[in-house]
Structures are given as C-alpha cells and as structure tokens.
Design a protein around this ligand. Structure first.
Ligand code: GTP
Ligand code: MG
Length: 307
C-alpha cells in the first residue's frame, strides 16, 4: 500500500463511504433473490448513505429493469449493476479544466461556508497549478477572520506562488481588485481568491461576495471569472442547499468536495451529480499539499467498489 499512488490514496479515503454503501449492500444481497424485499433494503441503505432520494430511486429502478432485461435473479449480481449505474451518474461530473484564455488571468473565486476547507484547497490548488507550470497568484481576501491572511500566506510560500494581501479588517473587495490588477500586470495564468467563510443563510454576507465578483470584473474585464464552491464532504445532504444559495449569489461553475478521507458520507457526491449537474473539479483527500485530486468518475467508481 503506497500513499504516493493516487488511486490507493483515493481508495483509502473512501473506505468508510464504501463500508456504508458497497459493503453493506454486498452483505444483504448475498444468497438472496432479487425481489421487492431486497430492493427495499438496498433503498434504505442508499438513503442512509446520503446518496439522496433521486439518485436512490434511479439506482433501484436501474437494478430492477436491468435484472429483468438480462434475466438476472441472484442478489450477488446486483453489485455489478450498481457499479455500472453509479459510474454512469457520476460521469456527468467529469470536466476539463482549462486555463486557456485570450486575456490572462483566469480567476477562481473560492467560496463556501465556514470551515469547509477553502483556504487549504487554495494552497493545494496553488501547488497543483504551479507544478503544472502555471504562474499562480493568490488574493488573500479573507480579511475578516484573524489569522486567515497568515494561513493563506503560509500556503503561498509552500507552493512558491505570489500573494496579494492587506491588513486584517481591510475591505475584501479592495484586496480582490488589487490582486486581480496585479495578476494581470504580472501575466499570471490564474488568480485564486480566498474568501471568508459565511453562512449561506446570511444575505448581507452573500451580497459581499457578489461585490467581490463585480469588483474583480472591473479590474480584469476580459478575464473569465469562475466561482468554485467548496463543499465539506462530511456534511451530507446540507451540501445541496449550499450549492443552490451560492449559485444564486455568484454562480457556481464547479465544486471541490473536501474531507472525503475519513467520512462515511461520500455518497453525497452521487446525490450532487444526480440532482445538480454542477461539475466536480477536484476532491480533497487529506490535509497535505498533495491531497487534492482531479475528479474522475471512472476512478471514483472503481475506488468505491474495489476490493
Ligand atoms: N482531512 C481533511 N481535512 C481537510 C481537507 N481540507 C481541509 N481540511 C481541514 O479542514 C480545516 C478547515 O480548513 P480551512 O482551509 O481553514 O477552511 P476554510 O473554509 O478556509 O475556513 P474559514 O476560512 O474559516 O471559513 C483545516 O483543519 C484543514 O486542514 C481534506 O480534504 N481532508
Ligand atoms: Mg479560510
């Protein structure tokens, strides 16, 4: 077992999620016939595993109809059907990430509720893009929480990228403006904007976010600006309402699901894929600088079902 192998790392991270979905279902299907009772039990397991009602219904229907088409009757055969269908649901989430633009930089506003892993993800992303030969800048626009600027500055140093920062209590939109202008002047490929965590139910804070976006647009009018929402993989179904609220405020062009390591609620990614259709760009699988992986639906399904 090597932690340097990304697939092994993903597999290990998904161990608890696998327990609550795959292993539990594998247990109930053994030596059973595919019938309504069995399907009810599978349904309950999926719901409890944060897969969400819609995806659960789709999975149950798929098992039913494919079992009929292929004349399958043994419970054990359910596992292959399930893997196929989950993989299919997740494939909607695959997305190409491109930093190609006629006008540099591409801007990623990193948004999300408190403590989901925004700043850590910025550190990992900075490293990811820098390692891929991109010129990266970070805008330290969480001027609200004490120590936030220092925290993101440490990440910038670790990955050797530039940072634009200001004092605690400065106007975050003003820092964002400076960061965008500087990123353009220095020919950066990507600007990562760290923002303060906010409850998605507080409309004044959501308004502040859209102000940051407007101001960045003014600083770099020709740049593509994307809002990337960070979701904590341990929160389960609440993640879905976070996507809805942030989408209204600043749009949502992609997701990063963090903390998949150690949670049993990783099934939420299936719910997100089925219900929202917002691409998952990356998943977080640990606290280290390398613990960020591009999301790949095939790999994910493989890791979830791997023995
Ligand atoms: N295990 C694990 N921990 C993570 C991951 N991503 C972030 N964390 C941890 O989550 C905690 C919060 O991370 P931050 O990056 O500070 O979160 P934030 O969203 O910036 O927080 P605020 O700025 O306060 O809203 C830290 O202890 C991180 O180490 C991950 O993928 N896996
Ligand atoms: Mg932060």
């Amino acid at each position: 077992m090597s932690f340097f192998n990304p697939f092994e790392k993903l597999k290990n991270s998904l161990a608890k999620t696998k327990d609550t979905i795959v292993n539990k279902i594998a247990q109930v299907v053994t030596r059973r016939k595919i019938d309504d009772d069995l399907l009810d039990e599978i349904e309950q397991i999926l719901i409890e595993a944060d897969v969400g009602v819609r995806a659960t219904m789709r999975l149950i229907e798929a098992i039913k109809s494919r079992a009929r088409e292929r004349r399958l009757s043994e419970g054990d055969e359910v596992m292959a059907l399930l893997k196929e269908e989950i993989s299919d649901i997740l494939s909607k989430e695959d997305e190409q990430i491109s930093l190609e633009t006629a006008h540099k930089p591409v801007v990623w506003l990193i948004v999300g509720v408190n403590g989901v892993g925004k700043t850590t993800t910025i550190g990992k992303l900075a490293n990811y893009f820098a390692t891929n030969g991109k010129k990266v800048m970070i805008g330290a626009c969480d001027t609200f929480r004490a120590a936030a600027i220092e925290q993101v500055a440490i990440w910038a140093e670790r990955s050797g990228v530039d940072i634009i920062r200001s004092d605690n209590g400065a106007d975050p939109a003003a820092v964002a403006f400076d960061a965008a202008s500087a990123a353009r002047a220095r020919g950066c490929d990507i600007l990562l904007v760290d923002t303060a965590g906010r409850l998605h139910t507080k409309s004044n804070l959501m308004e502040e976010l859209s102000k940051i976006k407007r101001v960045v647009q003014k600083a770099v009018p020709d740049s593509p600006i994307y809002s990337k929402l960070i979701l904590d993989g341990t929160t389960g179904q609440n993640a879905l309402s976070q996507v809805k609220v942030f989408t209204e405020a600043v749009g949502c062009d992609g997701l990063v699901i963090t903390k998949l390591d150690g949670t049993a609620k990783g099934g939420v990614i299936i719910a997100i894929a089925e219900e929202l259709g917002v691409p998952v760009d990356f998943v977080g699988v640990g606290e280290g600088i390398d613990d960020l992986q591009r999301f790949d639906s095939k790999q994910f399904a493989e890791a979830l079902f791997a023995s």
